[in-house]
Design a protein around this ligand. Structure first.
Ligand SMILES: [Zn+2]
Length: 291
């Protein structure tokens, strides 16, 4: 078995900025046994996303990268988001399938892109339990632990949950046939991240010439829901990049825009690092100031 994740630690002085890329894993476990060709299953990946954000450690941020494919087990779904129809036997806990499971893309994906069935068989509950234990749980443990450590050290933590999206919604999406913005930021309608940070990210991205949408069509799912608690100064923002900015959606090969996007994301990280450092300095100054 391969390690479920890679943690890229800060190259210099750490700042309270953490990134995670839950869907860019390209290492396919031997016991996946999916029915469609690998090329079709790979359409589920956020291919290249962790590589695109690789400047994070040089800015003092931490980047957590899943190595397993999200179609095998999806870290951005809750453990109750399982389709009982996938299983050959009874699940041991109560299930609460979400709209994602109805769409075939819950904790364990029932379909590949285009609605093609992912399996030609039912899965044993023990197979799904093993995927949770070996991949989903270690990923969540690593992410929670670095977020807690930064929050403890700095009194606050800012988290970017990094994804990519097809340029146009397909038949199974909430926005079929619609062209998407270059960047979609998701804070679950303002509940997982303070609006000051969200607006700062949006303004920086717009200033680079990209179009930005907020919570449309993606609001953020399980990871930002679980970790974003603005009242505790824990902020989680989902960032979706339009895939055609950086790759051919069919072959997954980087396109002519890849290098520019990578530079722009490095620039964005530098802007956010400056912003967070200045906020920490001013909050320390105000703590020390005489009342
Ligand atoms: Zn994703």
């Amino acid at each position: 078995m391969s390690a479920p994740l890679v943690q890229h630690n800060p190259a210099g002085v750490a700042i309270p900025l953490v990134l995670d890329s839950p869907h860019s894993g390209e290492w396919y476990p031997d016991d996946f046994h999916h029915a469609p060709p690998r090329a079709l299953v790979r359409q589920a990946e956020d291919t290249h996303v962790a590589r695109l954000w690789r400047a994070a450690p040089t800015q003092g941020a931490t980047l957590i990268e899943a190595r397993f494919p999200r179609a095998y087990i999806d870290p951005n779904r809750s453990l109750a988001d399982i389709d009982p129809e996938l299983l050959a036997d009874q699940w041991s806990e109560p299930l609460s399938p979400s709209r994602k499971t109805q769409q075939g893309i819950g904790l364990v994906w029932r379909v590949a892109r285009g609605g093609v069935p992912m399996y030609s068989r039912k899965l044993a509950s023990s197979e799904v339990e093993s995927r949770i234990e070996r991949y989903w749980q270690p990923y969540h443990t690593a992410l929670a632990s670095i977020l807690d450590a930064r929050h403890e050290a700095f009194g606050g933590v800012w988290h970017l949950n990094c994804h990519s999206m097809p340029a146009v919604g397909d038949a199974l999406s909430d926005d079929p046939g619609r062209e998407r913005a270059d960047f979609v930021l998701g804070d679950r309608d303002g509940t997982t991240c303070e609006s000051e940070f969200t607006q700062h990210v949006a303004a920086a991205v717009r200033a680079m010439g990209y179009s930005v949408a907020l919570n449309d069509p993606y609001k953020g799912v399980e990871i930002v829901r679980k970790h974003g608690r603005p009242t505790e100064n824990r902020h989680s923002l989902q960032i979706e990049l339009k895939r055609t900015l950086y790759m051919d959606e069919r072959t997954l090969e980087p396109n002519a825009g890849y290098a520019q996007l990578e530079r722009d994301l490095a620039g964005l990280l530098a802007i956010l690092a400056d912003y967070l450092r200045s906020r920490l300095t001013s909050s320390r100054a105000s703590t020390r100031a005489p009342s």
